[in-house]
Design a protein around this ligand. Structure first.
Ligand SMILES: *Cc1c(COP(=O)(O)O)cnc(C)c1O
Length: 304
């Protein structure tokens, strides 16, 4: 059925066409998109094409001829539309946990000339975010400290000792949503940077990162973006920070070859890309990215 036919058949139900884009069993009312988004109908054919044609026939040429090499940026650019970012500020890569490590490391690096040592987060944050922060501060050995605050007390906990405020926009258990504008403003007013985890908000609620001056964000591809189990995650770095770190070689410390300025020249010294590409690490999963692109397209088709 086309979108128009569907609209004509069921003018009372403007969501019918969007529902029809998903391959859900007819007797299922699915409310677990917060954990694993449903399967878009178009995904199987797309993944099949990538496997049978692009991989099976095109083989190694498909990195260029099928534009595999552009996929992390292309899908990142689509996600940018959902989170109020510019396309050159968002990249699809790795998992949410790994992307958090990268941006938190950059944020702490940007604060290193100050005496700020505290990462403010929330007691009820998703565990991986807290573990990654603890692991990074232990690795750095600079005396950083993760301070866990009850949800209603976060604003008051931000002060001149705060290096980074690291929060998940929408809580995975309660569904409660932080006031991103207020907290970002409060953090900046106190001289801190912000990292927002959008795992439960990208594709679900309006997000305007640049309008609020957000510094860094990360999020999940397999929840509301419908990318499929273990889909690649995304990472956002405000362009002003990309410029500020351009001469700081290890400001993104997972310095893998695909984050290199010229990866295919195979230099023996690392020189980071000047763009968000430096947040890439190793070779992306093309089949998974192809599935994620369909998932993101279904969300974009629903409008903002
Ligand atoms: C789902 C979720 C993650 C998932 O992390 P992965 O590394 O992709 O497994 C991370 N953070 C939050 C807040 C989440 O809700």
């Amino acid at each position: 059925m086309t979108r128009e036919q569907c609209a004509a058949l069921d003018a009372q139900d403007p969501l019918a066409w969007h529902r029809s884009q998903f391959a859900l069993p007819p007797d299922v009312i699915y409310l677990d998109g917060n954990s694993l988004g449903a399967l878009p109908r178009a995904t199987s054919a797309r993944v099949n094409e990538v496997i049978e044609q692009q991989w099976g026939v095109g083989l190694i040429r498909s990195w260029n001829s099928a534009h595999w090499v552009d996929l992390p940026r292309r899908v990142g650019g689509k996600i940018a539309q959902l989170i109020g970012a510019e396309p050159n500020e968002v990249l699809c890569a790795d998992s949410t946990s790994v992307n958090l490590f990268k941006v938190l490391a950059t944020a702490l690096r940007l604060q290193r000339s100050s005496s700020r040592k505290v990462i403010v987060s929330e007691q009820a944050n998703f565990p991986t975010d807290l573990y990654i922060a603890e692991g990074l501060t232990d690795l750095l050995g600079h005396g950083h400290q993760l301070q866990l605050i009850e949800v209603d007390d976060v604003v008051g906990a931000i002060d001149e000792r705060t290096a980074v405020v690291m929060l998940t926009h929408v809580n995975f258990k309660t569904g409660s949503m932080h006031e991103m504008a207020t907290l970002t403003q409060r953090a900046h007013g106190a001289g801190a940077l912000v990292v927002w985890d959008l795992s439960h908000s990208a594709g679900a609620v309006p997000v305007e990162l640049n309008a609020l001056g957000v510094d860094f964000a990360i999020g999940c591809g397999y929840k509301y973006l419908n990318g499929g189990p273990g889909a690649p995650a995304f990472v956002f770095v405000a362009s002003r920070h990309l410029s500020a770190i351009s001469d700081d070689v290890y400001a993104q410390p997972l310095a893998g070859w695909l984050g290199h300025h010229s990866p295919f020249e195979f230099h023996d010294r690392y020189r980071p890309a000047a763009s968000i590409d430096r947040y890439a690490v190793g070779t992306p999963s093309i089949i998974a990215l192809a599935a994620l692109e369909i998932g993101v397209d279904t969300v974009l088709a629903a409008g903002r």
